[in-house]
Design a protein around this ligand. Structure first.
Ligand code: G3P
Length: 217
């Protein structure tokens, strides 16, 4: 399973990229706003740090304007994936861009039927939002299972990119279902490493090692 980070904060991206575990980055207009930077410059900075797919989202809602914005975003770097919303115009744009060889991430997906349409439109990635589903009292992960089943039934190559992840259990469930990619905020990725027994074990080993009076040399 690939790990993307869902942020436009370049410091967080740099730090996570250094682990060698980061496969890509996803951004959206809200994350760009939070970063405080200029959209095109922020995306260019991220693409200099990460060689995997970096999702940059169009803000237009009609097909012609989405295509114009996508053309600008595609010029930033080879690894830019154009993010389009799951609307008729977004799907039309997805079809056109993937026919030209661009990577496309179809976002704001909330049903398995929407994911089926995105796959038929040739999407590289489909981004179902699990956390926002949980927020309104539904089980977001059920949609991931349904999408996995449907995509496998028809051998669709569209990658399931689980988005709107809120906690490590979403990551675990995504891996068990066989999602292709997760995108999580930096804090959730850091949480995956932590366990109190790991910390306690390390302290114990360090204390006993000190008692030996030895060094590794
Ligand atoms: O980038 C798309 C998605 O991950 C947004 O997550 O936390 O705003 O629901 P969230």
């Amino acid at each position: 399973m690939k790990f993307f980070v869902d942020t436009a904060n370049i410091e967080d991206i740099r730090e996570l990229a250094e682990t060698g575990l980061l496969d890509g980055v996803t951004t959206n207009p809200s994350l760009i706003h939070k970063s405080g930077g200029h959209f095109l410059e922020v995306v260019a900075d991220i693409c200099r740090v990460v060689s995997g797919p970096v999702s940059a989202e169009v803000v237009a809602t009609d097909h012609a304007e989405m295509m114009r914005e996508a053309e600008i975003l595609r010029k930033i770097a080879e690894n830019v994936a154009i993010k389009v919303p799951l609307t008729i115009d977004g799907l039309k744009t997805c079809k056109a861009l993937t026919s030209e060889g661009a990577m496309v991430n179809v976002t704001l997906c909330f049903t398995a039927n929407q994911a089926l349409l995105a796959a038929k439109a040739g999407a590289t990635f489909i981004s179902p939002f699990v956390g926002r589903h949980d927020d309104i009292g539904f089980d977001g992960m059920e949609i991931i299972s349904d999408i996995r089943l449907i995509y496998d039934n028809y051998d669709f190559e569209t990658q399931i990119l689980v988005a709107s992840i809120r906690h490590p259990v979403h990551v675990l469930q995504s891996a068990k279902i066989g999602a292709d990619v997760i995108t999580a905020p930096p804090a959730v990725i850091r949480q995956l490493v932590k366990h109190p027994l790991t910390d306690r074990g390390l302290e114990g080993f360090a204390a006993d090692w000190a008692k030996t009076g030895q060094t590794i040399a």
